[in-house]
Structures are given as structure tokens and as C-alpha cells.
Design a protein around this ligand. Structure first.
Ligand code: F6P
Length: 322
């Protein structure tokens, strides 16, 4: 393996830069040339491919976002479009591709490894949603979690001053992990996630019970994949008459300097991705399970549901918020 490329794709996440830095530095350390593909798969199609040096990733480990830029590129699903991208990789003599992104980004990498045997592909899980099989944690999840905690701690101050109920909507299109972990961390009264059904009437009763025993405010944490914060508030108001406010945290959750945990995870996964390419591995996504680095075939990542919703945490959060 003499030349590899790296791209970031899909929704960005804090720590993507740290992952790219690790890929670049690990490769150069092993005398492998590295190319950065700018704007994700779109840049691959547009031949926005440039050689990276050690200094190209200097001063990036602490930065949020991705200096390679990211894009969603639905047209990459078409074989004829992909052919153009593969031709560009061949043109630069690239033999290995590292893709940092989520499920959709992995699918592009899987197709490339199937359609051309001389380009090996490895995926690194980069998304705040923590919704990828084959890993306990995705890069960006921990930072987003801390951003939510910091925001809700502030919301709690004003909620308390005004004796209000706050419905906080957090990201997580198909996965309730951000809502679950943040909900436990901020002591939310209720956590609404796509993985578990919660009766809104029960939430209303719980809030009412809390008010009766002197509680000054309530926090309801809602994953966007379950319902919107506004829908939750509207439903809730059918049962109780509280002074409720909705706060949608939105894209603030995707920004910011990566946490220590994310920097370490990104560095370990980036280095491991290069090791796998050097060993001739392809069509796999790297991850971390029980603090051990793992590599899982894309096929299993797409089809085996091993990133289970943590019911222990969910039940504990319920028990602690009675
Ligand atoms: O990357 C995942 C995610 O942050 C989801 O949680 C969210 O639903 C989505 O991206 C938002 O995407 P966009 O920035 O394209 O609107």
C-alpha cells in the first residue's frame, strides 16, 4: 500500500479532524502517501483530491467540524456516478480509502470495495448519533452529549426560576442514545426515545405528582426520532396545565471542540484504519467494543443489530427520577 485517501461524509461530528489527523500521520509514519478528498463523495466525483502532508493536519486535533468539509451525496448510490469517483481514485493511484462518517457513508465505501478489487476501503464511525453497529461509541457522541448537558444545565436555571416544564428536543434521527445518556446526566424527569414507548399521559401524571411534592421545574428529554419537542408539548398540554416551554437544541449539538474521550477515540480508530489497510483488509468498519479496537464487515454493520439500546440505563434513569 503506497497511496491512500481519506474523506469525511454525512453530518459532521466533533472529532472528525482528530480522526483525519490520525490517518494522515499514521500513514506518513509508515511511508504511505495520503490524499485528502474534500467535500466527501461529492469531492471524489469532482476530483477535489489533494495531497496532505504532516503539517496539513497540524492545529486540527482540537477543532470541531471537518477541515476536509462534508456533504451528503445521494447520487453516489448510482453505479454510473460511482464509476466516475472510482476513475478519479485510479487516476491518483490510490489503493486505499478511509471514509469517516455514518451508515450512508459506509454504503458508498462498501460499493467501491465491491466494484473495484484494487481499492480497499475502511470506515470510521463519525456521527453524533451513536447509531452505528460494530462499535459501542461513535466519534462525536461524547462531545455532543456534553454540549447537551451544558445547555440543559442552563435551561434548568431558568426553568427553576419560573417553575416551568421544559421539553428539550435533541438530535438522534433513528437512535435515542443522545436523549438517553443526556437524560440520565441531567436528571430529566422523562426520556422519550424511538426505542421505547412512553405514554404521554403517564408523563403528565409524573409531572403533576412532582409539582404536588414541591418540585419547581421538570425537564422532559425528547429524541427527535421519537417526536418533535413541540408535538410532545402539545400532547402534554392535553392532560395538564403547566407553564411549558420547548427548547430545540439543533445544530449546536454538532459543533464545538471535541472532548478528550472523542479525541482519544478518533486517534485510536484513525490509526487502526491505516493498520488494517496495510494488512490488506477491506470492506470493514472499525470500532471500539469494551475498550478493544474491532473491525466489522460492512455487511454485518448494515444487517446485524448489535448496537442495542441500553435498557439498563433507561430503567435506571426512570428509577432515579421518581
Ligand atoms: O448526523 C446526524 C444528524 O445530526 C442527525 O441527528 C440529524 O437528524 C441530522 O444529522 C441533521 O442533518 P442535517 O444537518 O443535514 O440537517
Amino acid at each position: 500500500m503506497k497511496k491512500i485517501a481519506v474523506l469525511t461524509s454525512g453530518g459532521d461530528s466533533p472529532g472528525m479532524n482528530a480522526a483525519v489527523r490520525a490517518v494522515v500521520r499514521k500513514a506518513i509514519y509508515n511511508d504511505i502517501e495520503v490524499y485528502g478528498i474534500y467535500q466527501g463523495y461529492q469531492g471524489l466525483l469532482d476530483d477535489d483530491i489533494h495531497k496532505l502532508e504532516l503539517g496539513s493536519v497540524g492545529d486540527t486535533i482540537q477543532r470541531g467540524g471537518t477541515f476536509l468539509y462534508s456533504a451528503r451525496c445521494p447520487q453516489f448510490k448510482e453505479a454510473s456516478v460511482r464509476k466516475r469517483g472510482i476513475e478519479n481514485l485510479h487516476k491518483h493511484g490510490i489503493e486505499g480509502l478511509v471514509v469517516v462518517g455514518g451508515d450512508g457513508s459506509y454504503r458508498g465505501a462498501q460499493r467501491i470495495s465491491e466494484e473495484t478489487k484494487d481499492i480497499k476501503t475502511i470506515g470510521i464511525p463519525g456521527t453524533i448519533d451513536n447509531d452505528i453497529n460494530g462499535t459501542d461509541f461513535t466519534i462525536g457522541f461524547d462531545t455532543a452529549l456534553n454540549t447537551i448537558i451544558e445547555s440543559v444545565d442552563k435551561i434548568r436555571d431558568t426553568a427553576s426560576s419560573h417553575a416551568r416544564t421544559f421539553i428539550v428536543e435533541v438530535m438522534g434521527r433513528d437512535c435515542g442514545d443522545l436523549a438517553l445518556w443526556a437524560g440520565l446526566s441531567v436528571g430529566a424527569e422523562t426520556i422519550l426515545v424511538p426505542e421505547a414507548h412512553t405514554d404521554i399521559k403517564d408523563i403528565a401524571e409524573k409531572i403533576e405528582k412532582g409539582i404536588k411534592r414541591g418540585k419547581k421545574h421538570s425537564i422532559v428529554m425528547v429524541a427527535e426520532g421519537c417526536m418533535t419537542g413541540q408535538e410532545c408539548a402539545d400532547e402534554l398540554m392535553k392532560y395538564i396545565n403547566v407553564d411549558a416551554r420547548v427548547s430545540v437544541l439543533g445544530h449546536i449539538q454538532r459543533g464545538g471542540s471535541p472532548s478528550g474521550a472523542d479525541r482519544v477515540l478518533a486517534s485510536r480508530l484513525g490509526g487502526y484504519a491505516v493498520e488494517l489497510l496495510m494488512e490488506g483488509e477491506t470492506g470493514k468498519g472499525v470500532g471500539i467494543k469494551n475498550n478493544k479496537l474491532t473491525a466489522t464487515p460492512f455487511e454485518d454493520i448494515f444487517n446485524k443489530d448489535d448496537h442495542k439500546f441500553n435498557t439498563d440505563i433507561y430503567e435506571l434513569a426512570k428509577e432515579l427520577s421518581i
